[in-house]
Design a protein around this ligand. Structure first.
Ligand SMILES: O=C(O)CCC(=O)C(=O)O
Ligand SMILES: [Fe+2]
Length: 381
């Protein structure tokens, strides 16, 4: 009953497009099945490789070229930095200082940089190189991994969800479910080993950051682990590929959106392009050397009953260089019904969100247009 009304409101919000049914087992909905007969647009890499592009097709025009800049340059310096080594190897005083700073970063920004995280630079470089090798493969080889359904554990594609969008984004992607089961294309041959190491390291990093975040809210760690089944946490790996765009003033890599998980951990090649919303302005993110960029997701907002909100961010394109980012999302297990934790619900602050199975949230979010925090808003009580 509740799911039916959620789907109905989603349909309204998303302009009539929605998935017909959900279950913990991936199923192809009639919409997806129909959409599957429509050939997907070419990858943006293919468009770029096919000749000298001097303009983008209308399909990619998602920006108003005349709009004034909405970047607030004064905010760049203020992005919080978390020294991860203080959380794991610091004195009790250093740890509690870092926990406080982590809580403050989540409350005020929903975004921070993590330094001294212990993930080897060579591995971070290798994952970007291996992902590039994937995108550099011939389209016919990559086509083997074209996504048919948003819950396919290996999904190569372009834009966000081209079957439901009326405007596309200047981005190709490879999305993999990497935990509790590890899925990875067989090609290129070194991808599996590198990704296995990388996603193990970043999962451990995410879980450790989560411990600090729970502590900052006086939440019991073992209770949180159990409630959201973090042992079997759901982890997705996404590689984003944004080739040079002939009209960056018209096209976007990804529109303003929040991520579905608890935490997202990102790093990029040498090319900047991530913007994060802070207050009324946008911040151009120039990561510190060797740092990870971390943001809180929609499920952090649900679990903490709105104390720590998910942050809006967007990816811009540029006219000169290919930008790549690799993203890993740490989330409750797929079959967990996620709702605000009892400790953060009171008569003064009643539950702000209804519970929903993680897999259902994921399917709605991935199956529809990417639009700010649209899916989260539907769960508001
Ligand atoms: O490429 C980026 O900087 C952002 C990517 C992103 O937001 C995502 O994959 O959800
Ligand atoms: Fe994102």
């Amino acid at each position: 009953m509740y799911i039916a009304s959620l789907v109905k409101s989603l349909s309204h919000l998303m302009g009539g497009q929605y998935l017909s049914s959900t279950s913990s087992k991936p199923q192809v909905s009639p919409l997806m099945a129909a959409a599957h007969h429509v050939s997907p647009p070419s990858s943006v890499k293919q468009l770029c490789d096919s000749g000298t592009l001097s303009s983008v097709h209308n399909h990619y025009a998602s920006r108003d070229p005349g709009a004034p800049s909405d970047i607030d340059p004064t905010l760049e310096e203020q992005i919080p930095t978390i020294d991860f080594s203080m959380l794991t190897q610091g004195t009790p005083q250093e740890r509690s200082l870092m926990v406080r700073q982590l809580g403050q970063a989540c409350e005020e920004w929903g975004f921070f940089m993590v330094v001294n995280h212990g993930v080897p630079e060579a591995l971070r470089g290798a994952v970007l190189d291996a992902a590039k090798d994937f995108f550099d493969m011939e389209e016919e080889k990559k086509a083997e991994y074209l996504g048919r359904h948003v819950l396919d554990p290996i999904r190569y594609g372009t834009s966000f969800n081209s079957t439901v969008e009326d405007v596309h984004y200047w981005r190709d992607y490879l999305k993999l479910f990497v935990h509790p089961e590890f899925h990875c294309p067989a090609k290129p041959p070194n991808l599996r080993d590198i990704l296995c190491q990388y996603t193990t390291c970043t999962r451990a990093l995410g879980i450790e950051l989560l411990k600090g975040i729970w502590e900052s809210l006086d939440l019991d760690e073992s209770y949180m682990n159990k409630a959201f089944n973090l042992e079997a946490c759901f982890q997705v790996f996404v590689a984003n590929f944004y080739p040079p765009c002939p009209q960056p003033e018209l096209a976007m890599g990804l529109p303003p959106h929040s991520d579905h998980g608890l935490l997202t951990i990102l790093h990029q090649n040498a090319i900047d392009g991530l913007h994060v919303k802070h207050g009324n302005g946008w911040v151009y993110v120039k990561p510190l050397p060797n740092s990870f960029l971390v943001n809180t997701g929609d499920h952090m907002q649900i679990v903490t009953n709105g104390r720590y909100k998910s942050v809006l961010h967007r990816a811009m394109t540029n006219g000169e260089s290919t930008r790549m980012s690799v993203v890993t999302v740490v989330a409750p297990s797929l079959d967990t019904v996620v709702e605000p934790v009892a400790q953060l619900v009171s008569s003064e602050r009643p539950a702000m969100y209804r519970g929903i199975k993680y897999v259902e949230f994921l399917e709605y979010q991935q199956g529809n247009k990417l639009r700010e925090k649209a899916v989260l808003e539907l769960l508001r009580v």
